[in-house]
Structure formats: structure tokens, C-alpha cells
Design a protein around this ligand. Structure first.
Ligand SMILES: Cc1cc2nc3c(=O)[nH]c(=O)nc-3n(C[C@H](O)[C@H](O)[C@H](O)COP(=O)(O)OP(=O)(O)OC[C@H]3O[C@@H](n4cnc5c(N)ncnc54)[C@H](O)[C@@H]3O)c2cc1C
Length: 438
């Protein structure tokens, strides 16, 4: 016996009894390969599994669990638990698709192959890349250690491992400095870093410690929100609630031993050191390693280069991208994925039949900006920050109905329709109830 198991002589040569799966790689072939089984990957796998024969679709996804990430904001605010945001991956993938539980390692877009971290090779005719974004904690020295320390006061809602800590920090806060950050990288749901500020403010008020607390929101942006209509409304919120806002101010280091955070102003390059009692970090983000090394499939920053309207790859017509990992200039949200999924479905079907897809993604994104435990500003907008509201009322106003849409309606739509490839955003409803709205 050697380290890999017993060797048995067989007709065709030698074979190792115990180590087959660990040492031998496999080859797979499919019509459509979907890389990533998150929001976009599940929706696309569901759509094409219904249209193509069984096992024509392979999904490459290493995680055993699927998360409804938008719920993590409410987990951080103590409204729900991380368990409520989690379901087994097997339960959200279509039965007719073949699931390979590996991570993609490399892509050869000329040979139409993808290799996995475990060494398998998958040959595809068509490919959808849907690998989302990952947190890049290492970009901020001290952040990884501070997140791991249960008593550091540092947390983030951007991870299932740390969003319950956000609630612990908020609920145990008895006064002092609460600092909130936004990095200078693309991030998912750019509204979430300020939603948690408003929930913290509301909770501190509720337990009577708000007047002993100073809340500071440091953002890389020059404005509070990228769409003027909602930025105006949010400016009123931060003013009324006495929240300090520092623009163009980015977290560079955390010193957990001294409970200090070092920031830099992107315009003046001046440093700013702030002491904190609790700190909510929105980590820098990037695409997964697999895309960072994907040659001409990606741009210089590792985002899949697709046409912003057709979502087809700019160089390889048999490749499409969906969701957070593409270079389209929209807000990176599950709401965007819902609308993109219809565009990718139509256009990829045209590509498969030798044509050119004509569906266009208009940049739709939505951001339910929770402003308290019962109110929310429902931002909806297209490319170039043009508001595009579904309800026949001013959605920039803080409303109770918008809060319950975020808390109850959207999770329902996500699990029951979006992941099954049957939800394409509210355009249909909008045409009926708000046909002349902006
Ligand atoms: C705190 C928070 C709040 C949010 N709030 C909202 C909101 O209110 N409204 C809203 O619409 N959106 C919100 N979002 C954003 C939304 O969750 C994402 O935009 C959406 O999930 C993007 O879908 P995706 O398919 O691109 O990526 P994901 O859903 O993240 O899926 C990517 C998948 O790819 C897999 N993967 C990664 N690397 C590899 C690899 N090498 N090989 C194979 N698979 C791989 C991952 O395991 C993952 O399953 C929020 C997100 C967070 C974190």
C-alpha cells in the first residue's frame, strides 16, 4: 500500500482503489455550462433546463448552500436570522441540470473548455458566467483579524459569517462612536452600507442610547446615492437623524488593539484616524480568482466584458454574462439579475439558432433603502441613473409599504420565482399600474 491507497493489478493496467475521485480528473461535455449557482446562475439554469434535453445543462458551483443575500441587512438589524437566508444549493438548482460541485479554475474560450479546481475539464457549446463578487478583506490591513475577534466591535453584513455579529454589536451598544464604511471598489447593493446606519440609528433611539452615540458614515462617493431623486431624500434623512457623512473617505486600515480606523480622503489624500466603539465595514470586493486570470474574457479589473445591452460577450459570441461579475455599469443587485435573466434567455436562444438576439437590458436596478424598522425608500432606476418607478406614487418618500416589500415580498419572489427563472422584474406590473410614471 502507498499513500494513495492499495494498488491492484487490472487488465488495462494499475488502478488505485481508494483515491480515484481524489486523483483522477474527469471530462464532461454539455450544450450549456453555467458557472455559478447564485441568483443569476440558478435563474439561467432553470430557464435552459426547461428548454433543452435533460443533462444538456451543467452548473458549476462549489457551495453546498445558497443564500438570499439581501436579507443580511435585516439580519444585521436584528429583524431575522442568517438561517432564514440560507437554503441547500440542491434545493434551488433545477433537477434536470447536472450539478458539478467544483469551483471553476480556468477558461479557454477558444477551445470552449473550463477546468475546475479539482482538475475536471468541461467542454461547452455555450457558456454563461455568473460567479458574482467576493469580499477582499485583505485589502484593509487589520480587517480580517477584527472580524474574527468576537469582542472587536467590527462586523459586516456582507457575509453570512459576520452579519449576526453586526446585530450583536448594535444591540449591545450603550453609547459612543459608531462608524460605517464604503470602499472604493464596485460593491453589491451599494445602498446596503447606509441601510445598516439607519437601522442602527433607529435601534439606538429605541433603547435610549442615541443621544450618547455619534454615527459617522464614510463613503468613497461624492454623493450619498448615485440617483439624484433618492439622494435628495436621503440627505434629508441623514440631516434629520444627525448622522455625520464624510464623502470620498475610504477605510485603509483597522487597528483593533486601539479601536482606531484609518481613512484616506481620495481627493486631498489626507489621512483621517477615527476612534470607534463599533465599526461596520463594507469590505472591498472583486470578482473571484477564476476571473482575475481569465485573459481576454475579462477587463483589466477582472469583470466579464459584455455588451451592456445584449449581455453577450464582446469577443466570444457563445459566452454571456449575468449579475455582479460583468462590466455593465448598473447597480449590482438581484433586481438587476431578474431583468437581465430575460435578456440573456432571449439573446442566447437566438445565438443558439444562429441568429442575433434583439433584447436589450436597460440597466434596471432597484435598491430598497430601509430607513427604519418600518420605513423604506424604494429606489428603482435605469442606466444613467434615470428613475424608473413601479408604483403610482413617489417612491423617494419613506413608506411603510416599501419596507414590507423588502422584508416579505422580495424574499418570496426570489425563492419562488427568480431562482426558477420565472421573475423578470416588475415591468409587467408597472405597465398596468403606472404606465405614465417615470
Ligand atoms: C448585504 C447585501 C444586501 C443586498 N441587498 C440587496 C437588495 O436589497 N436588493 C437587491 O436586489 N440585491 C441586493 N443585494 C445584491 C444581490 O444579492 C446580488 O446582486 C446578487 O446575488 C447577484 O447575483 P449573482 O448571481 O451575480 O451572484 P451571487 O448570487 O453572489 O452568486 C455567485 C455564485 O457564484 C459562485 N462562485 C464563485 N466563484 C466561483 C467559481 N470559481 N466557480 C463556480 N462558482 C463560483 C458562488 O459560490 C455563488 O454561488 C445585496 C447583497 C448583499 C451582500
Amino acid at each position: 500500500m502507498n499513500a494513495f491507497g492499495k494498488i491492484y493489478p487490472l487488465k488495462g493496467g494499475l488502478i488505485r482503489k481508494f483515491s480515484v475521485s481524489a486523483t483522477l480528473s474527469a471530462n464532461h461535455t454539455c450544450k450549456l455550462l453555467v458557472i455559478g449557482g447564485g441568483s443569476g446562475g440558478c435563474a439561467m439554469a432553470a430557464k435552459f433546463s426547461r428548454r433543452l434535453p435533460k443533462d444538456s445543462v451543467i452548473v458549476l458551483e462549489p457551495s453546498q448552500d445558497h443564500y438570499y443575500q439581501p436579507l443580511w441587512t435585516l439580519v444585521g438589524g436584528g429583524v431575522t436570522t442568517v438561517a432564514a437566508s440560507r437554503r441547500p444549493e440542491a434545493s434551488v438548482l433545477p433537477a434536470a441540470a447536472k450539478w458539478i460541485k467544483h469551483a471553476a479554475h480556468s477558461i479557454d474560450p477558444v477551445k470552449n473548455t473550463v477546468t475546475t479546481v479539482e482538475g475536471d475539464t468541461i467542454s461547452y457549446e455555450y457558456l454563461i458566467i455568473a460567479v458574482g463578487l467576493v469580499n477582499d478583506y485583505s485589502k484593509v490591513p487589520g480587517l480580517t483579524e477584527a472580524l474574527a475577534d468576537p469582542d472587536s466591535g467590527v462586523s459586516t453584513i456582507y457575509s453570512p459569517d459576520h452579519c449576526e455579529k453586526t446585530w450583536r454589536n448594535i444591540s449591545r451598544h450603550r453609547g459612543g462612536r459608531a462608524v460605517f464604511t464604503v470602499p472604493d471598489t464596485p460593491i453589491k447593493c451599494p445602498g446596503a452600507p447606509q441601510k445598516i446606519v439607519y437601522l442602527a440609528d433607529a435601534y439606538f433611539n429605541k433603547i435610549g442610547v442615541r443621544n450618547k452615540s455619534e454615527l459617522t458614515y464614510n463613503t468613497c462617493l461624492p454623493v450619498i446615492f448615485g440617483v439624484k431623486k433618492y439622494a435628495d431624500a436621503l440627505m434629508k434623512v441623514v440631516k434629520d437623524r444627525n448622522i455625520n457623512v464624510n464623502y470620498r473617505t475610504v477605510l485603509r486600515e483597522i487597528r483593533p488593539d486601539r479601536k482606531e480606523a484609518k481613512f484616506v480622503n481620495l481627493d486631498t489624500e489626507k489621512d483621517l484616524t477615527l476612534p470607534y466603539d463599533i465599526l461596520h465595514a463594507t469590505p472591498p470586493m472583486r470578482t473571484p480568482d477564476f476571473l482575475q486570470n481569465a485573459g481576454d474574457v475579462v477587463n483589466d479589473c477582472g469583470f466579464v466584458t459584455v455588451d451592456k445591452y445584449s449581455l453577450q460577450h464582446t469577443k466570444y459570441p457563445n459566452i454571456y454574462g449575468i449579475g455582479d461579475c460583468t462590466d455593465t455599469p448598473n447597480s449590482k443587485t438581484a433586481a438587476a439579475v431578474s431583468k437581465q435573466s430575460l435578456v440573456v434567455e432571449h439573446n442566447l436562444l437566438s445565438t443558439m439558432s444562429g441568429g442575433q438576439g434583439s433584447r436589450r437590458y436597460d440597466g434596471y436596478g432597484a435598491c430598497p433603502l430601509v430607513t427604519s424598522y418600518r420605513t423604506c425608500i424604494m429606489a428603482e432606476f435605469l442606466y444613467d441613473s434615470v428613475p424608473h418607478e413601479t408604483l403610482p406614487m413617489n417612491q423617494a418618500k419613506e413608506r411603510v409599504i416599501s419596507y414590507y416589500m423588502k422584508k416579505d415580498l422580495f424574499p418570496f419572489l426570489y425563492w419562488n420565482f427568480l431562482l426558477k427563472g420565472r421573475y423578470h422584474g416588475p415591468e409587467f406590473v408597472r405597465k398596468i399600474i403606472n404606465p405614465f410614471g417615470n
